[in-house]
Design a protein around this ligand. Structure first.
Ligand code: SAH
Length: 214
């Protein structure tokens, strides 16, 4: 069932070249794209499209992010081996796998139970070992594992959740797409206990970061 072939591998090299052509320079990030079998993270009906630089539907009305977007966000995080990284929005687990490939200790939260269960099993089948996959509300972060070196939000946030800023180490980086219909990729660097530097990058489109209704 989990079949990866030379043909898939060849398509991944092309995909990495496309992502590089769009401006991503981080070699380790590009290497992760070349390595991770993205087609296995998608429903079989979309498998043929797995190595296009596009977002696609996954279960529970959610999407697997566009590879360029994954690469762009990951590059902004400046992951170093051993960094503890909190991801909001596990989804298909593709971004989780990228972070694992970079040697991060990954903690990830997903609010859709169906996706949480499916992805947890799937990632372990593929051999990825995130530190902790959590079913819950990303707006709250994971206080029991905080502070984090890096935090990445993979859904469109209407505002920046205070809990996430609070759970960042001094010197740490939070990458979050902020906005309602269109999101501005935003980087916060924590400069001191109370200080944050904010930088804005381009426009992106994500599924919404939903507040927990349970
Ligand atoms: N990183 C994923 C992207 C999935 S899309 C991937 O690579 O496939 C965004 C995900 O965020 C969806 O799975 C959605 O269910 C989840 N999400 C939305 N609101 C959330 C919240 N408040 N807490 C945690 N996850 C949330």
């Amino acid at each position: 069932m989990l079949r990866d072939t030379f043909k898939h591998k060849g398509k991944r090299l092309q995909l990495a070249a496309i992502v590089e052509g769009k401006g991503v320079k981080d070699k380790k990030v590009l290497e992760a794209i070349k390595t991770i079998p993205r087609h296995l993270f998608m429903d079989s009906s979309f498998e043929d499209h797995a190595y296009q630089d596009k977002a696609f539907p996954i279960a529970a009305d959610q999407t697997i992010s566009q590879p360029y977007t994954v690469a762009y966000q990951t590059e902004l995080l400046e992951i170093k081996k051993g960094d503890s990284v909190l991801e909001i929005g596990t989804g298909s687990g593709y971004q989780t796998a990228v972070l694992c490939e970079l040697g991060a200790k990954v903690y990830s939260i997903e609010r859709q139970q169906e996706l949480f269960k499916k992805t947890k099993i799937f990632l372990s089948k593929l051999g990825y070992r995130p530190k902790f996959l959590s079913f819950g509300d990303g707006y709250k972060g994971l206080p029991q594992y905080a502070p984090f070196d890096k935090i990445i939000v993979t859904a469109g946030a209407p505002f920046v959740p205070k809990a996430l800023l609070a759970q960042l180490k001094v010197g740490g980086r939070l990458v979050i797409p902020v906005g309602e219909n269109v999101q501005v990729m935003t980087l916060y660097v924590r400069t001191s206990e109370k200080g944050f530097d904010k930088k804005e990058f381009g426009d992106f489109r994500f599924v919404p970061l939903l507040e927990d209704k349970n």
